[in-house]
Design a protein. Sequence first.
Length: 154
Amino acid sequence: MKISQKGLYALQAMMTLACHYQKRTLKIWEIAADSDLPGKFLELILVELRNARLVESVRGAKGGYRLRRAPSEIRLSEIIRLIDGPLAPFGDAEELRSLILRDAHHRGLYQAFLEVRDAAASILESTTLADIVERSKSHPVPTKKPRARRRQAS
């Protein structure tokens, strides 16, 4: 499974909205700034998320975007499938099952791909926006040690 840049941006924007759930709506520029996303591209993604009824837009001076459902009710798989399509690396699960039945010589390979797909799908189906927001809060960002500068030869 490969998540596109658009899919990653959608997930990051949804995390930002989840962090502000039931507090207030967020304007596009606020979501972009908080998630370090390009505003114009984010606008297109938010329209797609709104059309899928994952977010809603509110008009007016205090308007902006917010989640339509609680973060605990929105699964990562739902967002990824919306933006990037099937979770399987080579088509959907049915296609892989069909290849397992049709191509006996490579059956083991397709079975392994199906197992990877099923494991990834299971994780993404059971992980919600609330889960990843909580993980972000509870796991501090690791700090890098500064690298020693090399002396240049004269």
